[in-house]
Design a protein around this ligand. Sequence first.
Ligand SMILES: Cc1cc2nc3c(=O)[nH]c(=O)nc-3n(C[C@H](O)[C@H](O)[C@H](O)COP(=O)(O)OP(=O)(O)OC[C@H]3O[C@@H](n4cnc5c(N)ncnc54)[C@H](O)[C@@H]3O)c2cc1C
Length: 435
Amino acid sequence: MTARQRVVIIGGGFAGLRAARGLRRAPADVVLVDRANHHLFRPLLYQVATGLLPAGDIAPPLRRILAEQRNTRVLLGEATAVNPHAQTVTVTAADGTAQRLGYDHLVLAAGATDNYFGHDQWAAVAAGMKTLRQAVELRDRLLHAFETAAASRDEQARRRWLTFAIVGGGPTGVELAGQLAALARRTLRGQFHDLDPAHLRIVLTEHGDAVLAPFPDPLRRHAHRRLRDLGVDVRLGYSAADIDEHGITLQSAHGGDPQRLATPTVIWAAGVTPVPLTAQLAEDAGASRDHKGRIKVRPDCTVPGHPEIFAIGDLANVHDLPGIAEPALQQGRYVAKVISHRLGRGPHPGLFRYLDLGTMATISPFDAVADVRGLHLHGPLGKAAWAGVHLAFLTGWPNRLGVLANWAWTLGSGRRQQQLILDTRTVRPAAARPA
Ligand SMILES: Cc1cc2nc3c(=O)[nH]c(=O)nc-3n(C[C@H](O)[C@H](O)[C@H](O)COP(=O)(O)OP(=O)(O)OC[C@H]3O[C@@H](n4cnc5c(N)ncnc54)[C@H](O)[C@@H]3O)c2cc1C
């Protein structure tokens, strides 16, 4: 009797979780490795960071999702190395113990992390928003900035604490800017009577010449106008030249003197790069990477020369698709079909083909832009489409209902439930000093 095949999946995000679920009936032993114990719905992270949603609403535990799947084991730990020749993955647990897992099929779906474009030191002062912890820390920092401004008797200091700089005008930066404006103007105005709303300043910088670059021009212009209406200061053609705990220096693409913005709160939403494991695997497997650091895979999502290794989602380049959720989901589903076919279950799905279902970004509580296969929506209609799609893609009914209830409450009452500062250590006292 031949032994059951072993499938190891690294990463329980959009791509990896979808692959694992697609293998639920496969005659194989599946191990899903993730360094977090939850599946994170990243598109709603900014709503956690701005106090609209509790963390648990967008992060169901992987074990709960896969509890009924008898052929699948969830392993909490960091995949620290892949040996493509010995066909093993080294997984290191939080207590430092390491174990080696052998595989017959490997799915690398570990996603991406922040890209500071050679300025990694900025990570300490301009945190990104990729993980649940980062989102909760950002919430602490935002709420703490309001508290510190309210407590201060020095008008210059107040102005600095009420200045927020967001670097990157893609969907993450736009959504965060819009939501922060709503948090500040709608929710906090009624609670911080000694703060002057005129002192609030949200600056969104984008090095390109438009926000929401991947969207069609009319939707980009709509988003820009709406952000301006919300009071967001949108600076196009500006890049970060320097960031420290006192503020950010901006350089215009059109030349001129650098501009300094004094603020303790700089948020990085400017780009992503594949997790480090990607480079290690590519090098050891003899695969090449594109200019974004993604592994160039074959049209069936396998690493060239290694039909047993699949790379999918944000860390892989197949047809140069954008790093968004839908390609990751479709690749996960596809890879599960290929592996199932190899195990004697189901037909071969052919080469991977992407079905573009559209892109969306929200701007304010009643406005979002959506490009659905050439149909351009914005305003409340765009928002309804955005809300429907996000609810549909959330994992599990408890999370869908939780998110829906929180949205309804916030829209109806204008209040946010998650106005807690959990840890004041994340706010650097030195940032309160004059710039
Ligand atoms: C703030 C933000 C907002 C976004 N908004 C949108 C949006 O509105 N619409 C949209 O379509 N896309 C959006 N995206 C992009 C989308 O989230 C990604 O394209 C998608 O998550 C990619 O899926 P993935 O499976 O490749 O990676 P991920 O979903 O990131 O999953 C990777 C998983 O791998 C795990 N992992 C990483 N390294 C290791 C390791 N060494 N060992 C073990 N586990 C590891 C991580 O914990 C994670 O669970 C957004 C992304 C961010 C950060």
